[in-house]
Design a protein around this ligand. Structure first.
Ligand code: TRP
Length: 335
């Protein structure tokens, strides 16, 4: 709890523009969260991004672009604390302390570490290894009650809870134990080229994903090329992953139920279905893209958001950090 509200924390990596999958699975649902009930922190987690090699100028650009996209997608930056992780040094400081309460064996079990090490065998750095501890620091700094995360991050949330419980046992209650946010569950959007795989911005085939800033004709073309199957029958079923994914996207974007969508597409061919889904996505993204372009032109406005929200995040983060530093036995600051 923070100032009488439940605390909610989430973040996205600043690597590449986000996909339709990130938007429908996360961002779109964040916009609907009741701001009277929750104090929300949405971080652009740029410190996590350097666990894989980044071009500095690109990283800076992408971080700003993601921050603007949060706002363009509908997160009001007065009501939600939208900030860069790297502007709040308490993340790194708390991480150090948490590192000393996390076991090698626990980190060794993390499946994302194993996957990423395979993907970047030339750069298996210790940051990649301890990445879940930084994530734990993000969450615990803000005493988050809830964390909206996808299934792929559940293991990291579990470890966060374990570390928090371990420290609470030793020092008394320092941390709120966070839970996964089970509000409206975001739709899991799959690759347009291999619909049994999650849509991912790191996919090398650009036709596999829709990026939030893709132009309308690019979006239409990617849907046109979407992989389906050879039955020519529109049905919602696990053994028709391509069609199921298109229907999921359509429903997530328009708010229709699967039954409504099936009725609408009754007796239509796959080509027509792809066109309708493409058009619905273009319409959904159009206002976001327009707001994004406006925001990116308005440098002073974005800068003021960055500054004010970093101050707000720093205020809450420092409060937790000082409490933890005192508990573990660091000397008091002399003022
Ligand atoms: N690790 C998350 C991801 O890659 C991003 C993230 C970092 C995060 N810190 C977080 C998500 C804290 C939720 C809460 O998707």
């Amino acid at each position: 709890m923070l100032d009488g509200k439940k605390s909610l924390f989430s973040g996205m990596q600043a690597t590449g523009t986000i996909t339709l999958g990130n938007y429908l699975g996360a961002l779109k649902n964040w916009v609907d969260i009741d701001k009277d009930e929750y104090m929300c922190f949405y971080s652009v987690v740029d410190m996590h991004s350097i666990t894989v090699r980044q071009n500095p100028a690109e990283l800076r650009k992408r971080a700003r672009s993601l921050l603007a996209l949060y706002i363009a997608a509908g997160l009001d930056p007065e009501e939600n604390c939208i900030y860069y992780q790297s502007h709040v040094s308490a993340h790194a400081e708390l991480m150090w302390i948490l590192n000393c309460f996390t076991y090698m064996g626990e980190m060794n079990r993390m499946t994302q570490f194993k996957d990423k090490s395979k993907k970047h065998p030339e750069n298996i750095n210790t940051g990649l290894f301890t990445y879940p501890v930084l994530m734990a620091a993000d969450i615990l700094l803000f005493q988050a009650d809830v964390v909206p995360v996808g299934i792929d991050q559940m293991q990291h949330l579990e470890i966060t809870r374990d570390i928090a419980q371990r420290m609470n046992k030793i020092y008394g209650d320092i941390f709120t134990i966070p839970e996964a946010y089970l509000g409206k569950v975001g739709t899991k959007i799959m690759s347009l080229q291999e619909p049994t795989k999650k849509m991912s911005k790191s996919d090398e085939n650009p036709n596999a994903h829709i990026l939030l800033l893709d132009e309308p004709d690019v979006i239409m073309r990617k849907f046109k090329k979407a992989v389906t199957d050879s039955d020519a029958c529109i049905a919602y079923s696990e053994d028709k992953p391509g069609i199921k994914n298109l229907l999921d996207i359509y429903c997530a974007v328009t708010g229709s139920t699967v039954d409504q969508a099936l009725a609408e597409f009754d007796s239509m061919g796959y080509g027509a279905l792809k066109k309708r889904v493409g058009e619905a996505v273009v319409e959904e993204l159009r206002p976001i893209q327009e707001r994004y372009q406006d925001l990116m032109k308005n440098k002073d406005y974005i800068n003021s958001i960055i500054k004010n929200n970093a101050e707000k995040a720093n205020y809450y983060a420092t409060k937790t950090l000082r409490k933890v530093q005192r508990k573990v036995g660091f000397p008091d600051r002399i003022r």
